[in-house]
Unconditional design. Structure first.
Length: 332
């Protein structure tokens, strides 16, 4: 255990050294300081309150959603949901264009055995303080049978809800919900595109032109075109204890990556070139901001993501440290 901790510490130092200082216009990361949040599984930038991020625990917490200040990491509101059943495995959160927050009780760690899952919807509060709100519950079923999923995304223009299943039985997939969710009966989600990731979360850019999907150790970004994702390649992902969540910042220029665990860190990765949402590139062309910053992902199959290279170097050094320390311990 000590050898693993030493290796992890060395890897962390190497990562900081490799990553270098953040660009001046890139938001800082933050640490979620609320002791009640130990399994932050989803992350969504507030539309009504710039700089605020919605999150929630994975399971065994209750019908709670937390508003966290991105400048301090402090919880500024805990919202309790009423009017719904007992949450089973809440995995994702997204904010829609209708002023509502959508919570995905969509996890199924039994490999996809539940015949239905749930989505909860509640209005994003105009003022941030602890409150109890009435939520609407929707029942969801996949057209091709049960799936394990951790990613729920609401398109910021159309309001349509999408779920991405985790990669199992050969492939993961993106599922599209009906044009409007209905409280009566079952809402059937249908497969519209493959997602070749063990997806743990996803998010649309604020203008709806980009979709990012992340896994434990990687991420890909897509152009959203005619209601379907077009793969643009990999995008940088920070080294984290357990990569669980992702969201765009309010201006769409940066991805914020979250992780599980007590005092979990949310880390920024800046976007550039084709990764940037269309509205961000238009602003840059008009002189309203920098074209890009931070770590640049690959936009082609033959181009290696610098973040991937850094991560590989860190993991290689950490592995060498573990092996060396184990040998030293055996000699004692």
């Amino acid at each position: 255990m000590r050898s693993l901790l030493c290796a992890a510490g060395a890897a962390g130092l190497l990562w900081v050294a490799a990553a270098g200082p953040a660009a001046a216009d890139e938001p800082d990361g933050f640490t979620i300081s609320d002791s009640r949040i130990t399994e932050s599984s989803g992350l969504a930038a507030s539309r009504a309150h710039p700089g605020i991020y919605w999150t929630h625990n994975d399971s065994d917490d209750g019908p709670y959603v937390y508003a966290v200040d991105g400048s301090s990491g402090r919880t500024v509101a805990r919202i309790t949901l009423r009017g719904i059943g007992a949450p089973r495995d809440v995995e994702a959160i997204s904010v829609g264009p209708d002023g509502n927050v959508y919570l995905g009780d969509i996890g199924d760690n039994l490999g996809g055995s539940w015949d239905h899952v749930w989505i909860y919807r509640f209005p994003e509060p105009k003022k941030l303080h602890d409150a109890t709100v009435t939520a609407t519950q929707f029942s969801v079923r996949y057209a091709d049978g049960p799936r394990d999923a951790e990613s729920l995304m609401v398109h910021p223009k159309t309001g349509r809800v999408y779920i991405a299943s985790k990669k199992q039985d050969g492939t993961g997939a993106l599922y599209e919900g009906p044009q409007r969710l209905a409280t009566g009966g079952i809402n059937t989600f249908r497969k519209v595109a493959p997602i070749e990731l063990w997806a743990t979360d996803g998010a649309f850019s604020p203008d709806g032109t980009r979709l990012v999907m992340r896994s434990y150790f990687g991420a890909r970004i897509y152009r959203w075109q005619d209601g379907r994702p077009k793969d643009l390649g990999s995008v940088g992902v920070p080294i984290q204890q357990q990569g669980e969540s992702v969201t765009f910042t309010h201006d769409g220029r940066t991805l914020m990556y979250g992780s599980e665990g007590a005092d979990s860190e949310v880390k920024p990765v800046g976007l550039s070139d084709d990764q940037l949402p269309d509205s961000s590139k238009d602003d840059s062309a008009n002189g309203d901001g920098a074209n890009g910053h931070g770590e640049k992902g690959s936009s082609g199959a033959d181009e290696l993501d610098p973040s991937f290279v850094k991560g590989a170097m860190v993991l290689a050094v950490a592995t060498a440290l573990v092996v060396g320390l184990r040998r030293l311990l055996r000699r004692r």
